[in-house]
Design a protein around this ligand. Structure first.
Ligand SMILES: *[C@@H]1O[C@H](CO)[C@@H](O)[C@H](O)[C@H]1NC(C)=O
Length: 211
């Protein structure tokens, strides 16, 4: 297995007052094939991606991965969110994060709450996005089928079969994306990738190698 390096850092985004914390992984030597931004849900943080081994798996697959703590959460508690929970954040927010960290064109992994950040970014800056991996994100109902159809970015829709209403609504909405695949995972009560990291990592790395 290829050696990986892991680091931590922080990035200052305009209007956020305090910096955002992130964890980063990548191949120990040589250039990364792809850059991946890992977002998280409301009860989670970048630590989950460390604990279930996603940061390490992506680095071993030759990618650079950055997991940020969203404003107001995890170790970014003092940072001010650009929008209230459930409202769309300005598309420029993730654009700035990705540009400051030199991640573009970036693959965005976006579970639940983080939909309020990733969907506006996807809709307004598709040229900066190499791939989109939504995992039952919120706010999908705020866009029309026509808006989804206009997005050509390859998408992997990850859907937990026990994800209750949110997973189903967002699956129905996101199915209008013009270039998408769906992965159905077993998952009960909380996000499916936590229940079954091996299946999650296989689906994610397969998708990345198809890009
Ligand atoms: C999104 O899902 C909601 C709830 O099922 C539905 O009312 C709405 O029409 C859907 N929007 C799109 C664009 O599919």
């Amino acid at each position: 297995m290829a050696a990986v390096k892991m680091t931590e850092g922080s990035v200052q985004v305009e209007g956020c007052k305090a910096p955002l914390f992130y964890r980063q992984s990548g191949p120990a030597s040589g250039d990364a094939k792809l850059s991946v931004l890992l977002l998280h849900g409301i009860r989670f943080s970048s630590e989950n991606w460390l604990n279930i081994g996603t940061l390490e798996t992506l680095a071993k697959a030759g990618c650079r991965a950055v997991a940020i703590d969203l404003p107001g959460l995890g170790q970014s508690k003092s940072a001010q969110a650009p929008a209230a929970v459930g409202e769309l954040a300005p598309a420029g927010f993730l654009k700035e994060v990705c540009e400051q960290l030199s991640l573009t064109p970036v693959v965005v992994v976006s579970p639940s709450l983080s939909g309020m950040y990733s969907l506006p970014f996807l809709m307004q800056h598709p040229s900066l996005i190499r791939g989109y991996v939504p995992v039952a994100p919120i706010c999908t109902e705020k866009f029309t089928a026509e808006q989804y159809q206009s997005v050509k970015v390859p998408a992997l829709i990850v859907y937990g079969d026990q994800d209750a209403q949110l997973g189903e609504v967002s699956l129905r909405n996101l199915s209008s994306l013009s270039n998408h695949k769906v992965v159905v995972m077993k998952g009960a009560g909380h996000p499916c990738y936590l229940d079954d990291p091996d299946t999650w990592h296989k689906a994610l790395t397969d998708f990345l190698s198809s890009l």
